[in-house]
Design a binder for this molecule. Structure first.
Ligand SMILES: Cc1cc2nc3c(=O)[nH]c(=O)nc-3n(C[C@H](O)[C@H](O)[C@H](O)COP(=O)(O)OP(=O)(O)OC[C@H]3O[C@@H](n4cnc5c(N)ncnc54)[C@H](O)[C@@H]3O)c2cc1C
Length: 355
């Protein structure tokens, strides 16, 4: 590719937000460069994104509305399940029905990437380490030593967004930083449960455990600065004492996770030429860490904002208003749900539990 070429739009990150946004903007006729550090078109994948891979009904609805039909091989075993919620401090446990699709996250991202129109220039296996803005032009520097130029820059690069770090350092962030640790075990038990785990002595967030295609994953998110590895070891001990039978971990992974803690805002700058979408902007549920639906909503909102033209930043604020209000309600819900007393009442009264 000609490194001197100037793209209309450069999108950093080909996760759910970046891939969907690329599809929508390419269909509007923009000349797009999509960069990701993962190798989403080839094998082996160089990096793996730690994730539960559960597609919530809201996210399913967006895909369905865009005729993005999920193929079978993206789905994982099992499909229909309840979530066993356990409070390790009070010993309370309840089962709740959920309507997630259980997916292989890597295959899901590859599927979305495969739907990107041919005329998009994809640069995969390229880590963006710096972006500069000068003379109305963005210069993107990658770890391979290559640089790229574009008139518009969109950061869809997830929780640890380089774009956010380069351009929004002085802004107050309406979210907190967490670190999620996941250990993957071999598991042949077809009846293994899905868990949502609460333990306020370990974290003010939550843990999870789930079977997927012959494996069993246990994870928990810890606040920035906590001794996650020590606390995670305690979680494993507690889960074993709770009756969970697991052997040696076959894989250990971790990921930054943002948790909204205020009214979510839109990130835009430089006269309608710089935007953040998806988790890079903190759009992820603070109660369940569900992020696909918010990645999709924000991608659709930004694509629509470009389509409208004029003041794109203003359009983006308008188009994301409903989503941001929804997220704000989830912030309030999270404060209630993570209050042990209120959770105890909900669980004792079996509100919404399977009876
Ligand atoms: C442990 C864990 C479990 C989760 N489970 C679920 C779940 O089950 N269901 C759900 O809905 N949500 C879940 N989430 C949240 C969900 O993963 C995110 O909200 C969602 O992936 C956000 O999509 P995105 O496209 O905005 O960002 P991401 O999916 O994070 O994608 C960002 C992309 O940018 C690329 N990138 C990042 N930095 C660079 C760089 N410097 N250079 C080049 N490329 C870069 C990455 O490789 C990646 O492809 C989970 C999160 C965590 C941490």
């Amino acid at each position: 590719m000609d490194e001197k070429k100037i793209f209309d739009i450069a999108i950093i990150g080909a996760g759910p937000a970046g891939s969907l946004l690329t599809m929508l903007l390419a269909n509007q006729g923009h000349d797009i460069l999509l960069i990701d550090k993962r190798n989403l078109d080839g094998y082996p994948p160089v990096r793996h994104k730690a994730c539960g891979g559960l597609l919530a009904p809201d996210a399913q609805r967006v895909l369905a509305s865009l005729n993005l039909n999920l193929p079978n091989d993206v789905l994982a075993n099992p499909q229909l399940f309840s979530v066993h919620t356990v409070d390790l401090n009070t010993g309370l446990r309840r089962d709740y029905q959920r309507f997630y699709l259980n997916m292989d996250r890597e295959k899901f991202d590859r599927y979305l990437s495969s739907k990107i129109p041919e005329n998009v220039c994809k640069e995969y296996s390229a880590v963006v380490n710096k972006v500069e803005y000068e003379n109305d032009l963005y210069t993107i520097h990658t770890g391979t030593g290559k640089t790229y130029n574009s008139k518009v820059l969109i950061g869809c690069d997830g929780a640890g967004s380089v774009v956010r770090k380069c351009f929004f350092t002085k802004e107050k962030m309406p979210f907190k930083h967490y670190y999620a640790i996941q250990h993957v075990y071999k598991c042949d038990d077809a009846g293994a449960k899905y868990y949502a785990i609460f333990d306020k002595t370990l974290t003010d967030y939550s843990g999870w455990a789930f079977p997927k295609d012959g494996t069993f994953t246990i994870g928990m998110a810890f606040p920035d600065g906590a001794d996650g590895n020590r606390l995670f070891a305690q979680l494993i001990e507690k889960m074993k004492n709770d009756g969970l039978s697991i052997g040696q971990a076959v894989n250990k992974e971790g990921s930054l996770l943002l948790r909204p803690d205020g009214y979510p805002k839109t990130f835009s700058k430089n006269n309608n030429t710089l935007f953040l979408a998806g988790e890079a902007a903190g759009y992820v549920s603070p109660s369940s860490a569900e992020g696909f639906s918010f990645a999709f909503y924000s991608a659709c909102a930004l694509a629509k904002s470009f389509e409208k033209g004029g003041n794109i930043s203003k359009n983006y604020r308008h188009e994301t208003r409903k989503m941001r209000i929804k997220l704000f309600f989830k912030v309030i819900k999270a404060h209630l749900l993570y209050n042990q007393f209120i959770r105890k009442i909900i669980m004792v009264c079996k509100i919404k539990a399977i009876r």
